[in-house]
Design a protein around this ligand. Structure first.
Ligand SMILES: [Zn+2]
Length: 303
């Protein structure tokens, strides 16, 4: 009897654990930012995994076999949309053979449909506009107002999938809105002295962010979205920074520092690495911590 007891308790733990896990809505997010907001809303009723990691360029995620299993078992797939994931997600989705999470199905949520999008192209779209961002700027999550809009979309979708938990999700959404409102007041106050400041960014990840905080993006190190720096464009940016006395070049952690550092040397502008996504580095565990960190780095550089 003494030998059986430990076995029994392990078995019951395993069964209990499995049952508990089975009750959770299994959410797979293309990137960390929707994942973070989904954890805020879903709490212990969801199990959220992000395919893209916060330190990776979301336009280019290297597919791994483990992603197929994640997608195969998912109840819900969240995408940023606007073709951010077009280079890597569609083949994974095809191979996962999970029809419930395909575009148009109940288990698919394109978050771009409920937020404010900037840089929407007018007229015909062609490759001369760059390699990415053909439908508008997909980095819209870097605006606290859009984070709230995403939270609302996520709440609606989780409620659709699990109506019995609707009041739970609604309560958590309310809580998220309050915390976001408080944090946003603090962030806006922190950035107030720098309203109207001009910056250069590596890639156009920051239009929503800049508009929210009243910054003016005067140019990008990339000649066009997704096109690597060229000598002639780099020279133009150097001249622009000198003429307009721009103090800061913002770059994402996954780009090569070579060109930004070169521009910095020629102009005296400071190169600042800002993280465009949650979990881009240790400690940036959620959307609030991401903005706390980025705004701290940015205000230090702009002073
Ligand atoms: Zn982009």
């Amino acid at each position: 009897m003494k030998r059986i007891l430990p076995l029994l308790s392990i078995t019951s733990l395993l069964i209990g654990g499995n049952l508990f896990a089975a009750n959770k809505i299994k959410v797979v997010s293309a990137t960390e930012d929707p994942a973070s907001i989904t954890r805020e809303i879903g709490g212990d009723r969801v199990e959220v995994t992000s395919i893209g990691k916060g330190y990776q360029d979301p336009h280019f995620i290297e597919p791994k076999p483990s992603f197929l299993l994640l997608l195969k078992n998912a109840d819900l797939l969240e995408v940023v949309g606007l073709e951010l994931e077009i280079g890597w997600l569609p083949p994974l989705l095809d191979q996962s053979r999970n029809n419930d999470i395909r575009p148009g199905q109940k288990g698919y949520l394109d978050l771009s449909l409920g937020v404010e999008i900037l840089d929407r192209p007018s007229g015909t779209i062609n490759r001369s506009m760059g390699d990415v961002h053909p439908l508008g700027n997909p980095h819209y999550w870097l605006d606290p107002a859009n984070a709230v809009r995403m939270a609302i979309e996520i709440t609606n979708k989780l409620t659709e999938l699990r109506p019995s938990d609707g009041p739970f999700f609604a309560q958590r959404l309310q809580n998220f809105k309050v915390r976001m409102n408080d944090a946003n007041k603090r962030w806006v106050a922190e950035m107030a002295p720098f309203r109207g400041a001009k910056i250069v960014t590596y890639h156009p990840s920051w239009p929503n962010f800049a508009r929210h905080f009243g910054l003016d993006i005067a140019g990008t190190v990339e000649p066009k979205p997704g096109i690597p720096p060229s000598p002639s464009h780099t020279l133009e940016i150097i001249n622009l920074i000198k003429q307009q006395h721009i103090k800061v070049i913002v770059m994402e952690p996954y780009f090569d520092r070579k060109t930004p550092d070169f521009i910095g040397e020629k102009t005296g502008a400071k190169v600042v690495v800002l993280y465009p996504s949650v979990a881009g580095k240790a400690g940036l565990d959620d959307y609030f911590k991401l903005f706390d960190y980025d705004l701290n780095e940015l205000t230090k550089a702009l002073k």
